[in-house]
Design a protein around this ligand. Structure first.
Ligand SMILES: [Zn+2]
Length: 454
């Protein structure tokens, strides 16, 4: 049948009406679910999982009720009594393929309530759209974004090929020993057959998201100097104080050289050794303060050093023993947290680094998935502090630190930690894209197709 113009116009009118109706119903639906999404995030933020006594019972109950609403399998694992890890599973259609692990920690650091503009556990949404709460950046946002992305994907009928695990672990903020460390070494984890772990990253002040492939190791250095005590009026060499100050001068010069390369834009924070003096202990106490006419026989200083896996650790150790705490200057040192050289190393003794080149398909998949969702990743970075990801990397699993937070100041552990609701919602779309790409990825598929063609 040939259509005459008026008919075409009529159909066109109908179509446009339909289109308008559809987009209206879609927008009202997304609006109502948007407030649901934000309110679920607020509920999680309101649970006081702050140290020193995090309410893990309540957070576990909340996460399991979310899992039930999404028809995910759930289990609570207590490798240490009172410290539950909630593990959820979305079974893939090819469950033999290695699985995806979406990892987050449930605990948060404490907050000084009086220093906040809005109470840290009320998840206040201000008129600009900012959600203020401890954990809004670190990292309850990521946990809920995983769940919301799963919700959306399920609504659309998406079926993952690989199984997807969501792990919500305790105690990251106090070292992760009773959480990620025990979990990573447990039979439960080994049986999951995990291919890739996603964990937390850092907010980005600009439009590019940040992603991390390794992290620095903490070396907590304490240097002690001893020397002959003497009258405060005397000038003599090798007093404890003089020797310690020589070390501090040398350490400060080293610190400046590292910092200068960041200031000059040559290196990122993750690429340099950071070193900060965290305590000084010396002097002879008196009832009113310190004895002023006495040069003490002992002096001590503590330093928090963070070492990237790319650094030659042997030469740094030599620098400590020969320049910063030489025995010939009556000095000694201890390195806490550096109990073994394996810290930050995998089982073969190599630096625990997740590859970002073509040998690691998960990196390229992440980059593409973020791009497809309208975002962009910056240059891969080394995380400047510690996260639970190291426990998985140390075992040889690829682990990427990523929190989809752009255009936001880094307020981790700071007062007035907040996340804008639009940034949060955008992050959910980013995870929808990542989960889709990760759960669908099958390296053998291309080979199989190729075989058919042969
Ligand atoms: Zn964190």
């Amino acid at each position: 049948m040939k259509l005459k113009w008026p008919n075409i116009m009529f159909i066109g009118f109908l179509l446009s009406t339909v289109a308008v109706t559809f987009s209206e119903s879609e927008s009202s639906e997304s609006e109502s679910s948007e407030s649901d999404i934000i309110s679920r995030f607020q509920q999680y933020l309101k649970i006081k999982t702050n140290h020193p006594s995090p309410n893990y019972k309540q957070s576990s109950e909340f996460l399991i009720s979310e899992a039930n609403s999404l028809s995910l399998h759930s289990q609570t694992i207590e490798l240490v009594p009172g410290k539950p890890l909630v593990l959820l599973k979305w079974v893939g259609t090819s469950p033999d393929l290695p699985a995806i692990m979406l990892y987050s920690h449930t605990d948060v650091v404490p907050a000084e309530h009086d220093k906040w503009d809005h109470p840290p556990f009320e998840a206040h949404l201000d008129s600009d759209g900012r959600i203020y709460a401890r954990g809004s950046q670190d990292m309850k946002c990521v946990a809920m974004q995983y769940l919301e992305a799963v919700r959306k994907l399920k609504q659309w009928g998406f079926q993952p090929k690989r199984s997807i695990y969501l792990a919500f672990a305790p105690d990251e903020e106090i070292g992760g020993h009773d959480g990620a460390e025990k979990f990573s070494l447990s039979r439960v984890f080994q049986d999951l057959n995990v291919a890739i772990v996603l964990d937390e990253g850092l907010p980005s002040p600009d439009a590019n998201y940040r992603a991390f492939y390794a992290e620095k190791s903490p070396w907590w250095l304490v240097i002690k100097a001893v020397g002959i005590p003497g009258h405060g009026a005397k000038l003599y060499d090798n007093s404890a104080m003089e020797n310690l100050l020589k070390s501090i001068e040398s350490i400060q010069r080293y610190r400046a050289s590292q910092f200068d390369s960041i200031k000059a834009g040559l290196k990122a924070i993750g690429d340099v050794v950071s070193i900060n003096t965290v305590f000084l202990k010396a002097g002879t106490p008196s009832p009113t303060g310190f004895v002023m006419n006495l040069q003490p026989s002992e002096a001590e200083a503590g330093f928090d050093i963070r070492v990237p896996p790319t650094v030659d650790t042997e030469s740094l150790e030599r620098r400590i023993s020969e320049e910063w705490a030489p025995t010939w200057r009556n000095m000694s040192f201890t390195l806490g947290q550096f109990k073994q050289k394996m810290y930050g190393r995998d089982a073969s003794g190599k630096p625990a680094i997740t590859k970002t080149d073509s040998s690691n398909p998960w990196w390229a998949l992440l980059e593409n998935a973020v791009q497809e969702a309208g975002g962009k990743l910056g240059k891969p970075e080394i995380f400047p502090a510690s996260t639970d990801a190291r426990y998985f990397r140390n075992l040889g699993f690829p682990a990427i630190g990523f929190s989809p937070i752009a255009n936001t100041p880094d307020l981790l552990h700071d007062h007035n930690e907040f996340l804008h609701k639009d940034e949060y919602l955008k992050g959910i779309k980013i995870y929808e894209s990542i989960i889709k790409a990760y759960a669908s990825y099958d390296e053998h598929e291309i080979d199989e197709r190729f075989k058919d063609e042969l």
